[in-house]
Ligand binder design. Structure first.
Ligand SMILES: [Mn+2]
Length: 371
C-alpha cells in the first residue's frame, strides 16, 4: 500500500486584483494554507507529496515565497517524505523560469523537479514507486504533457504527473497542453496526478486520473480548496479522498428581482448565510420594480463586511409601465433628429450605415416588421 498527497495550482504570489485589502489577506492565506498542506502530509503519514504544476502564480516571486517553499520541503525532508514538482503553465520551465533561477533541488535533497524537456522518471525503491513527469516549457503548447509516457521500471506502483487540459471535444483549446483519454488509458500508470483545472475532478476511473484543484481559494474557483489523499492498494485498486484545506468558501446566488419588493428585502436576501470566510457572487435577474434603484457598488460596500468578499452583478431589467402616445411621438422625433445629425457628420460607408439605421429605426418604432 502506498499513500500519496496530491496537490496542484497553489498559485503562491497570486495578486487577487480588484479585491483591495482582501486580496492582500488572501495572498497571505495561500502561504498559510500551503503550510497546512505540508502539515497534512505529515499527519497522514503519506509516502510522497506530488505537486502537479502552478505551485507559483508566476515565475517572478518575492524571496519570502521561495524561502517558504524551501522551508516546508525541508520539513518533509526531516520526515523522510520526498516531493515531486512538474512545472505548470504559470510557473512553466521557460528561459526565465523560477526553477532555473533557484536551485530548489540542491537546497532540498528530497525534491525532484521534472526539468528534462522530454518525459522522464524517478524511482523510489523504498516506496516501490516510479514517478513520471514532463514539464510545460511555456504557457501554451500543442504538445501533450503525457507525450512519451510508458512504464519504464519494475516498481510495483507507477504514477504520472501532468499539468494541462483533459480533451473534451469543442471545449478544450488545442494549445492548452491537451492530453486525451486514450493517452491516460494506454499510459500503464496506476494513478495520474493532474493539475491546471481549478477543481477536484476525476476524468478517468481506470486508471484513476484526478485533478486536485487548488488547496486554497483563488479567483476562478467555485468551491472550497482540497488536497487529495490517494491510496494505491496492493490489489491494484485506488482510493481517492479529498481533504479540505481551504479556509475560504465560495458560493453563487441568483436573485429573481421580480420577487423583491424593497431594498431591505434585497439586502436580506443577499445576506442569507453570510460569513467572514465566504466569497459570494450574486447575480440579480428578472424584471424588477422600476422604482427599485439598484446600485451594485453601494450594495457591495454596505454588505461586504459580512463576507470575505462580495460581488454583485445586475442583470435585471426595470419593468416598463405604460408609455403614453405623447412619449412615443417624443422618442420617434428625438431618434430622427439624432440620426440626421449623425448622417450629416458622417462620410462614405459610415454615412450609409447611419442612413439605413434611420430607416430601420423608424420602421421599428412604428411597429412595422423589419427583416
Ligand atoms: Mn493553475
Amino acid at each position: 500500500m502506498l499513500k500519496i498527497l496530491h496537490t496542484s495550482d497553489i498559485h503562491l504570489g497570486a495578486r487577487f486584483a480588484g479585491m483591495a485589502d482582501r486580496g492582500a489577506a488572501q495572498r497571505e492565506q495561500l502561504r498559510t494554507t500551503f503550510k497546512k498542506v505540508i502539515a497534512t502530509a505529515l499527519e497522514e503519514r503519506v509516502g510522497i507529496v506530488l505537486i502537479a504544476g502552478d505551485l507559483f502564480d508566476s515565475n517572478q516571486q518575492p524571496q519570502r515565497n521561495v524561502d517558504l517553499v524551501i522551508e516546508q520541503f525541508l520539513v518533509l525532508n526531516k520526515n523522510s517524505i520526498p516531493v515531486c514538482i512538474v512545472p505548470g503553465t504559470h510557473d512553466s520551465l521557460d528561459s526565465s523560469s523560477i526553477y532555473r533561477k533557484v536551485d530548489f533541488d540542491k537546497r532540498c535533497p528530497n525534491l525532484t523537479v521534472f526539468a528534462g524537456e522530454e518525459m522522464s522518471f524517478v524511482e523510489y525503491p523504498d516506496l516501490d514507486l516510479t514517478v513520471y513527469g514532463r514539464p510545460n516549457l511555456s504557457n501554451r503548447s500543442y504538445a501533450s504533457p503525457l507525450k512519451g509516457i510508458h512504464r519504464t521500471t519494475s516498481s510495483r506502483f507507477h504514477v504520472a504527473m501532468a499539468h494541462g487540459s483533459f480533451y473534451i471535444p469543442e471545449k478544450t483549446a488545442e494549445d492548452d497542453h491537451v492530453f486525451r483519454l486514450e493517452e491516460i488509458r494506454e499510459s500503464g500508470m496506476d494513478y495520474l496526478a493532474l493539475g491546471h483545472w481549478h477543481r477536484a475532478w476525476s476524468c478517468c476511473d481506470r486508471p484513476a486520473a484526478w485533478y486536485s484543484g487548488p488547496p486554497e481559494w483563488i479567483p476562478d474557483q467555485r468551491e472550497r480548496g482540497v488536497v487529495l489523499l490517494v491510496t494505491l492498494l496492493d490489489s491494484g485498486g485506488v482510493k481517492v479522498e479529498p481533504r479540505e484545506t481551504g479556509v475560504r468558501d465560495f458560493d453563487e446566488v441568483e436573485i429573481d428581482m421580480s420577487e423583491i419588493q424593497s431594498r431591505a428585502m434585497l439586502e436580506a436576501e443577499i445576506s442569507v448565510g453570510a460569513g467572514r470566510d465566504l466569497v459570494r457572487r450574486i447575480t440579480l435577474r428578472g424584471l424588477r420594480d422600476a422604482e427599485l434603484v439598484v446600485n451594485t457598488e453601494e450594495l457591495e460596500a454596505e454588505l461586504g463586511e459580512e463576507f470575505f468578499h462580495l460581488s454583485v452583478a445586475d442583470r435585471s431589467h426595470p419593468r416598463i409601465g405604460h408609455v403614453s402616445e405623447d412619449a412615443e411621438r417624443l422618442i420617434r422625433n428625438r431618434f430622427i433628429r439624432l440620426m440626421n445629425e449623425q448622417i450629416e457628420n458622417a462620410e462614405g460607408e459610415e454615412r450609409e450605415i447611419a442612413e439605413s439605421a434611420l430607416q430601420y429605426g423608424v420602421a421599428l418604432l412604428d411597429g412595422r416588421e423589419v427583416l
